[in-house]
Design a protein. Structure first.
Length: 94
């Protein structure tokens, strides 16, 4: 039996969080969720995650900060998607 990929979804809007979670579960993924940046960071550092999906504007710590801390504090390389619809290309960290 093939192991399901694990996705950590960090989003503070409950309707977006539940919609994404439901769709990802339907597609066969194991999904963990957090509703603020601090909780999301702790979960990312403590659990094996195949994919980290971050909102940028989060309470406690924003998506960019989480991304930086995961890369600095951990040896794992996470594939990261961020909701960028609110940002111009100049706002994106490469």
């Amino acid at each position: 039996m093939k192991k399901r990929k694990h996705i950590l979804l960090v989003e503070d809007d409950m309707s977006i969080l539940m919609g994404l979670k439901d769709n990802l579960i339907t597609e066969g993924y194991k999904v963990s969720t957090a509703m603020n940046g601090n909780e999301g960071l702790q979960m990312a550092l403590q659990n094996h995650t195949d994919l980290l999906i971050l909102d940028i504007m989060l309470p406690g710590m924003n998506g960019f900060e989480i991304c930086k801390k995961v890369k600095i504090d951990n040896c794992f390389i996470f594939r990261v998607l961020m909701e960028l619809h609110r940002y111009r290309p100049i706002d994106v960290i490469h």
